[in-house]
Design a protein around this ligand. Structure first.
Ligand SMILES: NC(=O)c1ccc[n+]([C@@H]2O[C@H](COP(=O)([O-])OP(=O)(O)OC[C@H]3O[C@@H](n4cnc5c(N)ncnc54)[C@H](OP(=O)(O)O)[C@@H]3O)[C@@H](O)[C@H]2O)c1
Length: 379
């Protein structure tokens, strides 16, 4: 199932203020009285991590468990999951590598971000019926969370809820801050982005185009490459599965490469590094080609020395580094969206029970745009 962008209403400033300051929507006047504790028990369905995957996630690495929920605690809200975000980093969290967050412990629910609707509230700050971004929650039909920890999302005419996981969500913010803060694009420069037709990459390239760059994307199919050049406005796209990436980069980047927005790692990264210009920048966003690999066997780029010779700025980043500046990112991305300067796709798979197999789509390149799991219907 796919969704595309639509009409977002007539007043851009109102939209931006809603996006940037969603908590304004929860002024005391607009609150309905919190619903009292439900008397009936709620049954939840939860994915538990049972084993650390070796290579690709295997069917018995996770287990879907049905259990009764405890009564909702004071100050908490019960969120029915509508959309679960599926992200490459889910695979990192399943491993015990030394990462930016602790691993998910074996025998505990799988971690994930979601959008849902409040079905029960014992929090003065969030009324029943609110649509919220849960932040970090779990792979489950329901999440009980502190009311203060969820973020109420505005209803924007014509804007699908899933956009808050794409251009206006964490992946959009990753693209925006990674490119503008670390990539520091200037008009006329050449920007190369890998995993270009994915959630982050597709935004990176279009932000770069809007800043006047020549943009070359690298992706894994002719269909994706066509989408990049014909819909998203990239100057060129390289299908790394059938083309010689080095030769294609030489052809499409005659003046060398000023910015490498790195999403993939491995040999694709090495071909880009080999063509970097002096004082180039390399936002190191992800290394998806290594996530299913044995961490002890992962190697860095063979041509690491070129980063010295070209005096390249390489900076790894995680989007949570920019949390306190999300309002700026929202405003910038919303503005591009409203001006019709951002095209995006959402790849929607249905059913909580399909979560592990749906996640595999990211590693098989079967998604175009943001991969989202639909768990239940929107109200
Ligand atoms: N630093 C941060 O805060 C942050 C935040 C979000 C995401 N990320 C990273 O950004 C990257 C993209 O994430 P996303 O959420 O936007 O996912 P995505 O790009 O929507 O999906 C992943 C894509 O990666 C490509 N891919 C998978 N395995 C590959 C391989 N072995 N070699 C080359 N390409 C491969 C596939 O496309 P093809 O068909 O083109 O192969 C796939 O569609 C990931 O590395 C992720 O970890 C980082």
């Amino acid at each position: 199932m796919k969704e595309t962008r639509g009409n977002y209403g007539s007043d851009p400033r109102l939209l931006i203020s809603k996006l940037c300051f969603p908590r304004q929507l929860k002024s005391p006047k607009t609150l309905t009285k919190p619903k009292q504790m439900a008397t009936e028990m709620t049954t939840n369905t939860i994915w538990y991590l049972r084993k650390r995957p070796v290579g690709e996630v295997a069917p018995d690495d996770l287990e879907l468990v049905t259990e009764e929920m405890a009564p909702l605690a004071e100050g908490h809200v019960r969120v029915r999951t509508i959309y679960l975000s599926l992200d490459p980093t889910n695979r990192i969290w399943m491993s015990d590598m030394d990462a930016y967050l602790p691993p998910v412990e074996i025998g505990t629910p799988m971690r994930g971000g979601s959008i849902g609707v409040i079905e029960e509230s014992r929090s003065e700050s969030v009324p029943v019926g609110s649509i919220v971004n849960t932040g970090l929650a779990i792979w489950a039909a329901y999440n009980d969370l502190p009311g203060e920890g969820v973020n109420v999302l505005p209803a924007i005419p014509g804007l699908p809820l899933t956009a808050f996981m794409g251009p206006l969500g964490a992946t959009g913010m990753t693209a925006y801050f990674g490119l503008t803060e670390i990539g520091q694009p200037k008009a006329g420069e050449t920007l190369v982005v890998s995993a270009a037709a994915g959630a982050v990459g597709s935004m990176v390239g279009q932000i770069g185009k809007n800043m006047g760059c020549r943009v070359v994307g690298i992706a894994g199919s002719d269909e994706k490459c066509r989408w990049l050049t014909e819909t998203a406005g990239f100057d060129a796209a390289i299908n790394y599965k059938v083309e010689d990436v080095g030769e294609a980069l030489d052809r499409h980047c005659p003046d060398g490469i000023d910015i490498n927005f790195e999403n993939v790692g491995g040999s694709i990264m090495e071909e880009v590094i080999a063509r970097l210009n002096d004082f180039s920048r390399m936002p190191l966003c992800g290394l998806i080609s290594t996530y299913n690999a044995d961490p002890d066997e992962s190697t860095g780029p063979k041509n690491f020395a070129n980063l010295l010779m070209r005096r390249t700025l390489v900076r790894g980043f995680i989007i949570i580094d920019f949390l306190d500046r999300f309002a700026d990112g929202f405003a910038a991305m919303a503005s591009l969206l409203m001006d019709g300067k951002l095209q995006y796709e959402t790849d929607i798979v249905e059913g909580l029970e399909t979560a592990p197999t749906a996640l595999a789509r990211l590693f098989e390149g079967r998604n175009l745009g943001k991969l989202v799991l639909k768990v239940s219907d929107e109200p």
